[in-house]
Write a protein that binds this ligand. Structure first.
Ligand SMILES: *Cc1c(COP(=O)(O)O)cnc(C)c1O
Length: 326
């Protein structure tokens, strides 16, 4: 780990390799999918890393399991707390159950019902809050201090970032070095982790992050060189309704990423349709961010070997049907 100012210890390539050892046997090694249709449409050779098929339905299980595994015996006994709009919650609930650690999860009142039910189903205690009026970070810190719990945030944590990077390690192991890797961007855990994995296994690979048009704080931050905060964005990409990058993710993104792009909600829905019709997979809106940029020609992938992260598949079928019909 490398010091960067006070308190912030950035994860390094070696932390991703160690995370891969920790999560081996617990996380699924998800498949890498290809599509002749997608290749023909874009002119590139695309490799989709299908984290919608990960345990608990998203790549977040990697970071959660790595972070909980890294805790001391004493910290594990007391328990963990997480705040999340959904997938980190489920991931923390499942990882904690597997590691026999009590979990408390702070979730927004308007989180998708399926995600709340799944989190409770894994045995976690759920505490609700209003995401438009309450500060979840302050609330989470308060409960953690009161109960002696260790707070594991959804992206701004070295072990979480390192864990997320294992998805790209696996991808490179399967495909060899790539020209471009496109990741989905919320708070930046996935993108920063992938950048570290690329440095270890595919130096020279261009990393691109994609976020929702309505929530382009990552793009503003990347282009201005400092963390820009925005109000909670209104988008169907509920896993990327973040208002700012993290103190741990931003420096890695600033230093190692080629660009940050944005896509519209309509493009996300078209990509969900593509995945369902052509590739026979269910992908949630946030999970479509990277693919939407590639399939809509925002990145020139002609003649290139390109990794595309499909980051999650947690969406209830009623919502899925409503979005595709609308
Ligand atoms: C959390 C999440 C993201 C964004 O990941 P960050 O690490 O916050 O950038 C993307 N897709 C899905 C499905 C997610 O759950």
């Amino acid at each position: 780990m490398r010091e960067s100012g006070t308190d912030v210890i950035l994860p390094r390539e070696s932390d991703v390799l160690r995370a891969a050892e920790r999560i081996a046997g617990a996380a699924h090694r998800t498949p890498v999918l290809t599509s002749r249709t997608a290749d023909a449409r874009t002119g590139g050779r695309l490799f989709f890393k299908a984290e919608n098929l990960q345990r608990a339905g998203a790549f977040k299980f990697r970071g959660a399991y790595n972070a909980v595994s890294a805790l001391s015996e004493e910290a594990r006994r007391r328990g963990v707390l997480a705040y999340s709009s959904g997938n980190h919650a489920q991931a923390m609930a499942l990882a904690s159950r597997l590691l026999d650690v009590p979990a408390t999860i702070v979730m927004p009142l308007d989180a998708p019902a399926m995600k709340v039910a799944a989190t409770r189903g894994y045995g976690a205690e759920v505490v609700s809050y209003d995401r438009y009026t309450q500060d979840r970070e302050a609330l989470g810190r308060g409960i953690a201090a009161e109960r002696g719990l260790t707070l594991i945030p959804p992206y701004d944590h070295p072990d979480v970032i390192a864990g997320q990077g294992t998805l790209a390690l696996e991808l490179f192991e399967e495909t060899g070095p790539l020209d471009i890797l496109v990741a989905c961007l919320g708070g930046g855990g996935q993108l920063a982790g992938c950048a570290l994995a690329a440095a270890a296994r595919s130096p020279g690979c261009r990393l691109i992050g994609v976020e929702p048009e309505a929530g382009n704080d990552g793009q503003l931050s990347f282009r201005s060189g400092q963390i820009v905060r925005i109000p909670v964005p209104q988008t169907i990409a509920d896993g990327a309704q973040t208002t700012h990058l993290g103190l741990h993710t931003f420096p890695i993104i600033r230093d190692r990423i080629a660009d940050v792009l944005t896509v519209s909600d309509a493009q996300l829905v078209e990509t969900m349709r593509f995945f369902a019709e052509r590739m026979k997979i269910v992908v949630e809106p946030t999970g479509c961010l990277a693919a939407a940029a590639v399939l809509n020609g925002l990145i020139d992938v002609r003649g290139k070997r390109v990794g595309v992260v499909i980051s999650g598949g947690n969406i209830d079928l009623a919502t899925f049907a409503r979005l595709l019909a609308g």
